[in-house]
Design a protein around this ligand. Sequence first.
Ligand SMILES: Cc1ncc(COP(=O)(O)O)c(C=O)c1O
Length: 416
Amino acid sequence: MIQSRAYSTGRKQLQSILAKQIEEIKAAGTFKNERVITTAQSSTIGVKDSPKVVNFCANNYLGFAGHPAIREAAKSAIDSHGNGLGYDLLSYSLLFPAISDTASLLSDLESTISKFHKKEDTILYPSCFDANAGIFETILTENDAVISDALNHASIIDGIRLCKAKRFRYKNCDMADLEERLKEADAAGARIKLIATDGVFSMDGSVAPLDKICDLADKYNALTFIDECHATGFFGKNGRGTPEYFGVEDRIDIINSTLGKAVSGAAGGYTTSTKEVITLLRQRSRPYLFSNSIPPAVVGSAQKAFELIDTEGVQLRKQLVANTNLFRSRMAAAGFTLKGENHPIVPVMLGDAKLASDIADEMLKRGIYVIGFSYPVVPKGQARIRVQLSAIHTTQQVNEAVDAFIEIANSKKAKL
Ligand SMILES: Cc1ncc(COP(=O)(O)O)c(C=O)c1O
């Protein structure tokens, strides 16, 4: 009896603490209402109460989320290997001889990814969030240092929090500041110095200056880690991402990326690097050892997607660049303030959180699906609508989106 009374008091206390926090989020106007998507992912989708809208807020950069050949590959992987392995990787290694077929499905994809990025070896995870959670703690100790861009993705920040290395943070893409932090890491006697950055910053559509970062890494004998979630498959001439864009493919030491965006749009992540890094991750990385392994459907679809990146991808990347250029140039000419450059993530800067969400609502009424982002996802006073172009948008759809932005901004007399 005493126990259950204590439990219920604790439960009420938690409820009231959480309810207060939820009210605070609502009062600040930053409560996120999730929209219900009622169809498969494509350039047009259905959302609840709007059966057909043009979708400008997906990471479906190449349109692979609904690609027929990729869907078929997922189905055939289920047919041959079932829904999943039904165990985490710790059991996987113990059971290895009994599941060699399944292992080969996974290791074939790992080889494909290693070749794609020109690295020695690869390890798969259920998500890139897991890959980022596993990497820093596994390879760095208290004798080492990690020097991290201030705007890095939350999963990189969390991964770094888990490791014991000394932490240094440099201002977003600021090379003078990065150099100062490298000097500090040297002065602190760091053994390994690892620079960690997103290849592309997902809220800004801006690209990390990897050529300059690599020069500094060479100068200070540091290593480089990049997160390529918003680049793999579609950015750079052959879709090899930010390192290809800057011509520094052989100068990046560790790449983490996702299979859940341009590559098949489902889920899954990986680390690709040297044999030693990957071997140690297989021994020590906690999200790898203590979580379910990536399911066959995801492996099958990703394998197919990597094949298509090199074939159909050539034309799709051209179309994606054309769509991005059209949207960016027309919006800039209309007087909108845009962030980033040369990337299909195009943040339309509006400043005020309510204005951003009002414009997104108006766009939806006109059949264009975009989302307003505000604090805490982006800094206070920098609310925006983040538009994401895809290769499967038609020119007409891109023009319609720009026209809608212009009309709504004019009707609101918004200061752009
Ligand atoms: C830059 C970046 N890193 C990591 C992730 C996490 O990827 P995943 O969805 O595979 O966990 C995301 C996804 O939002 C991302 O944008």
